[in-house]
Design a protein around this ligand. Structure first.
Ligand SMILES: Nc1nc2c(ncn2[C@@H]2O[C@H](COP(=O)(O)OP(=O)(O)O)[C@@H](O)[C@H]2O)c(=O)[nH]1
Ligand SMILES: [Mg+2]
Length: 308
């Protein structure tokens, strides 16, 4: 019970910006008045501003309108429940994660600054708390600061880090990392990758190579590839995600910085345009600020009128 309340608070607090800038306006607009033609126009414009995408906005309103007519609803405050249900119906609960392979190898990709390394720290903390023995692999060898940052997290969390030389072959680091995990029974293995390279290299080719090398070190690896997306970059992040999706077989999204973003509507666009589940949401910079994605908490939080 206590845990549930804490989770709700984290979601509410984490989505304060999105709530204040867009969805909250929808909730307060749907106060107590009678439905008129202007209601639908205003709703439409509020939805479009929320970054869920124009088509989705129009579809949501169409459905809400149809249902309200069927149910004979006359007042706007009764629409809020319909809006919530309609939004909820567009979000999937992420599949439960089953780790059948040991060690499980998880490759984390995403553009520079999206939140990859922080996400590794957050996942590492979670796995430790579940009683697992995670290992970090620093395969972003192009920036010295990237490896250092992961090493600092490793020290803080007491999770070992396998790293290589600066500008060294990231494939070699991944190979060593998986070997070390096999030898010393670390599980899961979390691979941090580069988000930008020197211009003479091609990032997507590099990621494909890292993926291939993991499979050579351990057949079947990586068992999951997750893309970290920065929620503050909005529609741009969708385009980037499509290029990653072409290079490596993505299994899911970690949506970082949802707390710094006013663009929570991106959640709907990700599901619709990428067809990938959102596995986790980053709701802050601390290792404890990673929440398994929960559609109910998300929808409640963006439309809540609680002043948390
Ligand atoms: N507010 C907030 N900041 C985040 C979150 N995730 C990452 N950051 C910050 O975003 C910046 C870039 O993160 P980093 O993990 O280094 O990104 P990387 O380049 O993809 O590895 C850092 O300052 C992080 O503290 C999040 O969920 N919320
Ligand atoms: Mg990094």
């Amino acid at each position: 019970m206590q845990a549930m309340e804490n989770n709700r608070k984290k979601w509410l607090r984490g989505l304060a910006r999105t709530r204040k800038s867009t969805f909250g306006k929808i909730a307060s607009f749907l106060g107590a008045s009678e439905i008129s033609a202007a209601t639908w126009e205003e709703l439409e414009s509020l939805f479009i501003q929320s970054d869920i995408g124009v088509q989705t906005s129009l579809d949501v309103i169409e459905q809400v309108k149809r249902q309200s007519q069927q149910e004979g609803i006359l007042r706007t405050d009764e629409l809020l429940g319909l809006v919530k249900n309609e939004l909820l119906s567009r979000l999937n609960t992420p599949p439960a994660q089953e780790w059948n392979e040991h060690p499980s190898v998880i490759m984390i990709a995403g553009v520079n600054g999206s939140g990859k390394t922080t996400t590794l720290a957050k996942l590492g903390k979670r796995y430790l708390e579940e009683g697992l023995k995670p290992l970090f692999v620093a395969a972003d060898t192009y920036r010295a600061a990237a490896t250092e940052q992961l090493q600092i997290w490793g020290e803080t969390l007491n999770i070992p880090v396998i790293s290589g030389q600066q500008n060294g072959d990231p494939g070699a680091v991944v190979f060593d990392g998986i070997q070390a995990a096999l030898a010393r029974k670390y599980d899961p293995v979390l691979i941090d990758t580069a988000g930008r390279l020197h211009t003479r290299y091609n990032l997507m080719e590099e990621l494909k190579k890292v993926h291939r090398v993991a499979g050579k070190a351990l057949p079947g690896a990586p068992h999951a590839c997750w893309l970290v997306m920065d929620a503050t970059t909005g529609q741009n992040a969708l385009q980037q995600a499509l290029s990653f999706q072409k290079a490596i077989p993505l299994d899911g999204i970690v949506l970082a910085k949802l707390d710094s973003s006013a663009k929570g509507g991106l959640v709907f666009a990700i599901q619709e345009q990428l067809g990938l589940p959102i596995l986790y949401a980053g709701l802050g910079e601390d290792p404890a600020d990673l929440m398994p994605f929960n559609p109910e908490e998300f929808v409640e939080s963006i439309l809540s009128q609680d002043q948390e």
